[in-house]
Ligand binder design. Structure first.
Ligand code: C5P
Length: 238
């Protein structure tokens, strides 16, 4: 496999073509952004930590029967993935109220959500990723109804697997965002799962361990990502 030209540079990852049209290389950079890219900083080791974190989680999900684009790690900061035709939407599940849900609905952070909520957002930087509903997805052709239904089903299945994984490490999975795409007609989990795209609190102290440390200026961001990893058995030196 040969890494070829850059296809796309996102806020924290870059995507490269390979000599195989079905495979791409994801490069996890140290860039950390918040507030729709208005704040960007370089955090040393972040690319490595998120690449290994994502590899670990994607492997767990795959073992649980959830199809993912992840193939293998190529280096500390690079992973080989399947090339998906991405749906331009974000799927968010929330077990506990936090973030934009509290701002939008005026509910208290920390309120338990039972059953968990499922929300959809359109990936559109210029519009600030607005919240959308399932009929919008169908009417505007962002995804077919059966593909969206599958993405929703898989998003909930991820919740079952990861809530338990993090609970065993003494953490609460508050919420997370997933992105899906099609690979030869099959709905497959793409993008990444790392502390950049989820909220994790310590079960006892409720200390925030995820990207909210960066958003809220709490410090020790990468140390905290490493602590999450350590608690679920990731060896970042491997
Ligand atoms: O900001 P909000 O509360 O809607 O975020 C819900 C979850 O989705 C959080 O875990 C956040 O980190 C994640 N998210 C993300 N990328 C976005 C928007 C939200 O990873 N563009």
């Amino acid at each position: 496999m040969e890494k070829r030209q850059e296809l796309y540079a996102g806020k924290a990852k870059s995507v490269f073509r390979t000599d195989d049209p079905d495979k791409m290389v994801l490069v996890f950079r140290d860039d950390t952004s918040a507030f729709d890219g208005k704040r960007i900083e370089q955090l040393s080791r972040k690319g490595m930590v998120n690449n290994k974190f994502n590899a670990f989680i994607m492997t767990k999900l795959q073992e649980a029967g959830i199809p993912t684009h992840f193939e293998k790690c190529l280096s500390d900061t690079e992973s080989l993935v399947k090339s998906l035709d991405m749906m331009p939407i974000e799927c968010v599940v929330r077990n506990v109220a936090a973030g934009s849900l509290c701002r939008r609905l005026g509910v208290t952070e920390g309120q338990e959500l039972s059953p968990p909520t499922f929300e959809l957002f359109l990936k559109n930087d210029a519009l600030g990723d607005p919240m959308i509903n399932e009929s919008h997805v169908e009417s505007f052709g962002w995804a077919k109804a059966d593909h969206l239904a599958k993405a929703k089903e898989l998003t909930y299945k991820v919740n079952t697997v990861l809530k338990e994984l993090f609970a065993n490490g003494g953490m609460i999975l508050v919420d997370y965002k997933l992105e899906f795409g099609l690979f030869h007609g099959e709905v497959v989990l793409g993008d990444e799962f790392s502390p950049d795209g989820c909220r994790l609190w310590d079960s006892k102290t409720r200390e925030k361990l995820d990207k909210d440390r960066f958003r809220q200026g709490l410090g020790n961001v990468i140390e905290s990502y490493e602590e999450i990893g350590r608690r679920i058995g990731i060896d970042f030196s491997a």
